[in-house]
Design a protein around this ligand. Structure first.
Ligand SMILES: *[C@@H]1O[C@H](CO)[C@@H](O)[C@H](O)[C@H]1NC(C)=O
Ligand SMILES: *[C@@H]1O[C@H](CO)[C@@H](O)[C@H](O)[C@H]1NC(C)=O
Ligand SMILES: *[C@@H]1O[C@H](CO)[C@@H](O)[C@H](O)[C@H]1NC(C)=O
Ligand SMILES: *[C@@H]1O[C@H](CO)[C@@H](O)[C@H](O)[C@H]1NC(C)=O
Ligand SMILES: *[C@@H]1O[C@H](CO)[C@@H](O)[C@H](O)[C@H]1NC(C)=O
Ligand SMILES: *[C@@H]1O[C@H](CO)[C@@H](O)[C@H](O)[C@H]1NC(C)=O
Length: 731
C-alpha cells in the first residue's frame, strides 16, 4: 500500500501529472544550478555579440514558469510606442530560445552554424507571445561530432557554437573537450607510465573512436601542450554552458583501458575486443575490463572523482559500453550485471548520476539486441537514472520495437549526417510527423528532441526543421514553411528563389527511401569500374534547381548580396557538377567496354576539366576550403612536430581515415584543395590505367590499381604540407 503512506510532496504531484505523457521521477535532478541573474546576463551578452548595435533594445529576465510550464517557457513582449522587446524565460536557454524565436518568426532572420542573416527592421515588430516547451530536453551532438566538426575549434568558435545552441533551446549538450588529461591522471595514478598512454591516446582528429574503444593510438600521441590547452578550453566551455543554464554532459568510464593495464593488474579478467573495421593489431583492440570486475568500479570511480574535482558536475554522464561491439555473451543476467556495474561506477561517487546512453547499439547491432537483451540492459538501472538517445529516430526509431525503452526516458534524435559529408539530402516531410508520433506513442517516455549528426555545416534546412519541433506540436504546411525559410535565409522575399527551392523540396529533400545516407558520390569515391550509386531523386531536378537559382539572382539582384545565397549557389552548383560527373562516368564505362581509347580520352578530358572547374568554384566560398580546416588544425600546434601531426590528422580523417584507408573516404569533403589534389589525381590515375589496359589488351587489375592509387595519390596527400588559401578567392 505504497500510496497510502505517501506524503504529497510537490515534486510528486508534478510527477503524477507529467506521467500522463513523458517521464518524470528522478529526471528532476536535471536542472540548472546557476542563478537567474547570471543566466539573464549570459543572454544579454549573447544578444550583444549577435546584434552589437541593437542589444539595448532587448530586456532579458529569467523567471520561473507557472504551474504546467515545468518543461520551460519563453515570453516575448513588445508594444508599439515602446522600443524595448521584453524577453522572459524560465532559464537562460529558454530566454535565448525566445529571442531566436522572435528573430526568426517575427523579424524573418536566420542564425545558422556559420552564417547569419540579421537584416532587422529599423523599428522592431510588436509581439506578445508565450510559448511552453513541449519536452523537458533538447539534446545536441553525436559522440563523433567532436571529431568530425569540433576537432580544431578554439574558444571563439566554441563561443559561437554555444550561442547557437542556446538560441535553439539546446539544454543538454555533450561537453567532451579536455577529457584525455583526466584519463591520464587516473591511469598514472593507477601505476601506468607515460609510454603506456602514448600508445593508447589517439590524435585529436580521432578521439571519438578511441574514447569508444574502437581503436587506440591512431594519430597520437598527445603532448602536454595539448592537454593544458584543452583543459583551459573545457573550463571556458563549461562555464559558458552553465551560465546559460545548460546541463553539460560529461563522459564516464565504459571499460576500455590501455593494454598496459594487463601488466599492472594481471589478476583482472580482460577481454580483447575484436578488431573494429579492419584496423591492424598495432591500432585496434584496446583491452576491455569486464564491468563486473572490481577494477572496473575502481577506474570508473576514480575517473568521475578526478573529473568532478576539476570541472564540477551537472550529474549527467555519457557512457557507451557496447558501441558497435556487442558483448561476448547473449545472457540477460550478464547484460544486466554489466548495466548495473556501469551505473554503480557513476553513482558511487555521484548519487544523483544519470547515465546517458546513445541508443545506436539497438539499431546498429539489432540482431544481437533482441527485446529480451535490450530490456535486461535498460532495466538494469533504476527508472529515470538512464536516459536513452534514440539516435536515428527520424528513419529507424527504436522506441517502438523496445516499448518506449521499457520505461526509461528517451530523446528523439535526428542523426541525418554521417562523417560531416556535404551533399544535399534529407527527408524533410516526415521529420515533424515522426516527432509527433513519438510524443503520442502509448505510454511514451519521450522527454526531448535532439540532433545527433556526425558533422555540422551542411543541409541547414533539415536541422531548422527538427529544431522547431521543440515547440511545434503540429506539422507546418510544408510549402509555406519552405517559402518562409527562403525569406529568413536570404533576407529577401523573392518568388523566383521560392520556386528554385520548390524543386529541391520535391527531390533531394524528399528522400522516401528510408536508407541512411552516407554522402559519398562517384567523384569522391575511390574510382572503380561499374559503380552504381543509389539516389532517390532525378538528378535532372538538381540541375533544374541550379538553373533556377542562377535565374533568381538575375530577377532579384539583392539575392546576390546575401551571404547565404552565395553559399547556396555554390552548394547547388557543386551538387549539379557532381550529378554531371556521374553521367560522364556512365559514358566513360561505355567507351571502355567499346575499347575505344580515342572516345575514352574525350570523355576523360571532360571529367578532369569538370573536377578542376569544381575546385575553382569551391575556392569562391568561405565554407568550402581545405585551407581553413588545415590551418585550424595547425593553430593548435606549439612545436614544429605538433603542427605536422595535427595537419596530418586533419588530412587523414577526411581521406584515408586510417593508416591504409580503413574507412576510406567516409568523411569525404567536397572542398577546394581536396578536389584538385586528391579526387582529381585519383581519377587521372584510374583513367590512365583504363587506357593502358585497352592498349595492352588485358583485364583491369583492380588490386594493382588500388595499391597504385594509394601510393601515388592518397597516402602522399595525407602527409603533404602544401599550403591552401584560408579565405575565398574569385567570383
Ligand atoms: C516601456 O515599457 C516598460 C514596461 O512597461 C516601461 O517600464 C518603460 O518605461 C516603457 N518605456 C517607454 C519609453 O515607454
Ligand atoms: C595475482 O595473484 C597471484 C596469485 O594469487 C598473487 O601471487 C599475485 O600477488 C597477484 N598479483 C597482483 C599484482 O595482485
Ligand atoms: C500503458 O500503461 C498502462 C498502465 O500501466 C497499461 O494499462 C497499458 O496497457 C499501457 N498501454 C500500452 C499500449 O502499452
Ligand atoms: C515525396 O515523395 C512521396 C513519394 O514519392 C510523394 O508522395 C510526396 O508527395 C512527395 N512530397 C514532396 C513534398 O515532394
Ligand atoms: C572511337 O571513338 C571516336 C570518337 O568518338 C570515333 O570517331 C570512332 O569512330 C570510334 N572508333 C570505333 C572503332 O568505334
Ligand atoms: C593483379 O595485381 C596483383 C598485385 O600487383 C598481382 O599480385 C596479381 O597477380 C595481378 N592479377 C592479375 C590477374 O594479373
Amino acid at each position: 500500500m505504497f500510496f497510502r503512506n505517501l506524503v504529497w510532496h510537490p515534486v510528486l504531484v508534478i510527477c503524477l501529472l507529467v506521467i500522463q505523457r513523458g517521464f518524470c521521477v528522478p529526471l528532476d535532478k536535471i536542472h540548472t544550478r546557476t542563478s537567474v541573474e547570471i543566466q539573464a546576463q549570459a543572454v544579454t551578452d549573447l544578444i550583444g555579440r549577435l546584434l552589437p548595435g541593437r542589444a539595448n533594445e532587448f530586456d532579458v529576465k529569467v523567471e520561473p514558469g507557472l504551474p504546467g510550464e515545468e518543461n520551460g517557457y519563453f515570453q516575448i513582449e513588445k508594444v508599439s510606442g515602446n522600443a524595448t522587446v521584453f524577453v522572459r524565460g524560465s532559464t537562460g536557454v529558454m530566454a535565448a530560445w525566445g529571442f531566436h524565436y522572435y528573430l526568426t518568426q517575427f523579424c524573418h532572420c536566420q542564425v545558422s552554424w556559420d552564417t547569419d542573416q540579421l537584416n532587422l527592421p529599423a523599428v522592431l515588430p510588436d509581439v506578445s507571445v508565450r510559448i511552453t516547451s513541449l519536452d523537458k530536453l533538447r539534446y545536441y551532438q553525436n559522440t563523433c561530432t567532436v571529431s568530425y566538426s569540433f576537432a580544431w575549434f578554439q574558444w571563439p568558435r566554441w563561443e559561437r557554437e554555444i550561442d547557437w545552441m542556446a538560441m535553439n533551446g539546446i539544454n543538454l549538450p555533450l561537453a567532451f573537450t579536455g577529457q584525455e588529461i583526466i584519463w591520464q591522471r587516473v591511469y598514472l595514478g593507477l601505476g601506468l607510465v607515460q609510454a603506456d598512454l602514448d600508445e593508447h591516446f589517439s590524435g585529436p582528429a580521432f578521439f571519438a573512436w578511441q574514447r569508444m574503444g574502437n581503436f587506440r593510438g591512431w594519430g597520437g600521441p598527445l603532448s602536454d601542450n595539448w592537454h593544458q590547452a584543452t583543459l583551459a578550453l573545457q573550463h571556458k566551455i563549461l562555464e559558458r554552458m552553465r551560465a546559460f543554464g545548460m546541463i553539460p554532459v560529461l563522459p564516464a568510464f565504459a571499460g576500455h583501458v590501455p593494454r598496459a593495464m594487463e601488466r599492472v593488474y594481471p589478476n583482472t579478467s580482460y577481454t580483447y575486443l575484436t578488431p573494429w573495421v579492419t584496423f591492424e593489431d598495432q591500432y585496434c583492440c584496446p583491452l576491455f575490463v569486464q564491468p563486473t570486475e572490481p577494477l572496473f568500479t575502481e577506474i570508473g570511480t576514480r575517473f568521475i572523482q578526478e573529473m568532478i574535482a576539476e570541472f564540477g558536475t551537472d550529474h549527467v554522464y555519457n557512457c557507451d559500453v557496447f558501441n558497435e561491439v556487442p558483448p561476448t555473451q547473449s545472457d540477460p543476467d550478464f547484460v544486466s550485471s554489466v548495466g548495473a556495474s556501469v551505473y554503480s561506477a557513476m553513482a558511487t561517487t555521484d548519487p544523483d548520476a544519470i547515465w546517458l546512453m546513445q541508443g545506436w547499439l539497438f539499431k546498429s547491432e539489432a540482431a544481437y539486441w533482441t527485446p529480451e537483451l535490450s530490456k535486461a540492459l535498460l532495466t538494469s538501472v533504476p527508472q529515470g537514472r538512464m536516459l536513452v538517445l534514440d539516435l536515428q529516430a527520424e528513419i529507424n526509431p527504436q522506441y517502438i520495437r523496445l516499448e518506449s525503452f521499457y520505461g526509461q526516458p528517451f530523446v528523439f534524435c535526428l542523426l541525418h549526417n554521417f562523417g560531416g559529408t556535404l551533399g544535399l539530402n534529407g527527408a524533410i516531410p516526415t521529420i515533424s510527423d515522426r516527432v509527433i508520433d513519438a510524443r503520442n506513442f502509448p505510454n511514451s517516455t519521450m522527454v526531448g528532441t535532439g540532433l545527433t549528426m556526425e558533422g555540422i555545416n551542411q543541409n541547414y534546412i533539415v536541422y531548422d526543421k527538427m529544431l522547431e519541433m521543440g515547440w511545434r506540436n503540429q506539422a507546418p504546411d510544408l510549402n509555406q514553411w519552405y517559402d518562409e525559410y527562403t525569406v529568413r535565409r536570404y533576407g529577401v522575399d523573392s518568388s523566383a528563389i521560392k520556386s528554385a527551392w520548390r524543386i529541391l523540396q520535391t527531390s533531394v529533400y524528399n528522400d522516401t527511401s528510408g536508407r541512411s545516407f552516407h554522402g559519398q558520390y562517384l567523384l569522391t569515391d575511390r574510382p572503380a569500374l561499374f559503380k552504381f550509386p543509389f539516389i532517390w531523386y532525378n538528378s535532372r531536378d538538381v540541375i533544374l534547381a541550379w538553373d533556377s537559382f542562377i535565374a533568381s539572382a538575375l530577377t532579384e539582384p539583392m539575392l546576390s548580396e546575401a551571404p547565404n545565397f552565395r553559399h547556396d549557389v555554390i552548394d547547388v552548383t557543386r551538387q549539379s557538377m557532381s550529378e554531371i560527373f556521374s553521367q560522364l562516368y556512365g559514358r566513360l564505362l561505355v567507351t571502355y567496354c567499346d575499347k575505344n581509347v580515342t572516345a575514352l580520352g574525350e570523355v576523360a578530358r571532360h571529367m578532369i576539366d569538370l573536377l578542376q572547374d569544381l575546385d575553382n568554384l569551391l575556392q569562391t566560398g568561405p565554407k568550402f576550403l581545405l585551407g581553413k580546416w588545415i590551418s585550424d588544425a595547425k593553430s593548435w600546434g606549439v612545436t614544429e612536430g605538433e603542427i605536422l601531426q595535427y595537419e596530418w590528422n586533419a588530412r587523414n580523417q577526411i581521406t584515408l581515415w586510417g593508416p591504409r584507408g580503413e574507412i576510406l573516404d567516409y568523411a569525404t569533403k567536397q572542398w577546394a584543395g581536396v578536389v584538385a589534389d586528391y579526387y582529381k589525381p585519383r581519377w587521372e590515375v584510374f583513367i590512365r590505367e583504363l587506357e593502358i589496359t585497352i592498349e595492352e589488351n588485358r583485364r583491369f587489375n583492380s588490386t594493382a590499381y588500388q595499391s597504385m592509387v594509394f601510393n601515388a595519390v592518397e597516402k602522399p596527400f595525407t602527409f603533404s604540407t602544401k599550403i591552401y588559401p584560408v579565405v575565398e578567392t574569385g567570383e
